[in-house]
Ligand binder design. Structure first.
Ligand code: ATP
Length: 225
């Protein structure tokens, strides 16, 4: 909040696995900024994530991002200076982008170029503050007819902008914590281990080496009964 009030800009990434309170945290920041009569733009990579945020829209729709992102070397948002969205982008104090890990790196670079142009400011993102949120253990950008290497290359972490990103972490699973659910707790830890590549994989079958004695009873019941 201090950074937004100082209006020094910057780009932050909230590394937040499912259930750790991303939506709660983002909603709180959006409400605080809007309560000061300032503009905070809420974007998300998917429609479902956008509906969870007050005034949320998909990044593709709000920023008019080109569809041929992969083949366009230097894409920009199709927002000209006399569009209403251009005024919003010029005046907004904060742009939040939830589930950004699914976005193509060129989407973020297009936003950077457009903000510099619209705000007539050559600082990164035209001096606006950007808050990205998501979890790289989940789905990465989907590139049709591509290899895993193409997907990694399209990922935000491969962008030149990534070295300027300050990473923040949310680690406590609030959903499990609030429900006091022991099996949910084990399951959420196992999901994180899989995402971090810590779960052993059988090289012959390419399946997880699973000790079924460790699978919480509630999950077995839910899956097989
Ligand atoms: N700081 C907090 N204090 C109290 N409750 C919280 C806090 N953070 C999150 N919660 C609650 O925990 C639950 C999960 O939070 P939330 O939906 O924001 O997580 P999420 O990371 O967006 O989850 P997902 O990615 O799976 O959608 C919600 O019921 C939310 O109200």
């Amino acid at each position: 909040m201090k950074v937004t009030n100082d209006e020094t800009g910057g780009i932050y990434f909230l590394d937040a696995p499912g259930g750790t309170g991303t939506t709660f945290f983002i909603s709180l920041i959006l409400a605080t900024i809007r309560s000061q009569n300032k503009i905070a733009l809420a974007l998300a990579s998917s429609g479902i994530a956008a509906t969870l945020l007050e005034g949320g829209r998909t990044a593709h729709s709000a920023l008019k991002l080109p569809l041929n992102m992969q083949s366009n070397e230097t894409p920009t948002c199709n927002v000209s200076k006399n569009f209403a969205m251009a005024k919003v982008l010029q005046q907004c104090k904060l742009i939040v982008w939830d589930e950004c890990t699914m976005a193509h790196k060129k989407s973020l670079e297009a936003l950077d170029r457009t903000l510099k142009d619209l705000r007539s400011n050559n600082n990164r993102f035209g001096g606006a503050m950007i808050l990205l949120a998501g979890d790289f253990r989940q789905t990465l950008p989907v590139i049709p007819r591509s290899t895993p290497a193409d997907e990694l290359n399209a990922c935000l972490k491969s962008s030149n902008l990534w070295k300027h990103v300050k990473v923040l972490h949310l680690s406590k699973n609030m959903r499990v914590e609030l429900q006091n659910d022991q099996s949910g707790n084990i399951f959420s830890k196992q999901l994180i281990d899989i995402g971090n590549g810590k779960f052993p994989i059988d090289m012959l079958t390419a399946c997880f080496c699973y000790d079924y004695k460790q699978v919480p009873g509630a999950i077995i019941k839910c899956l097989w009964y």
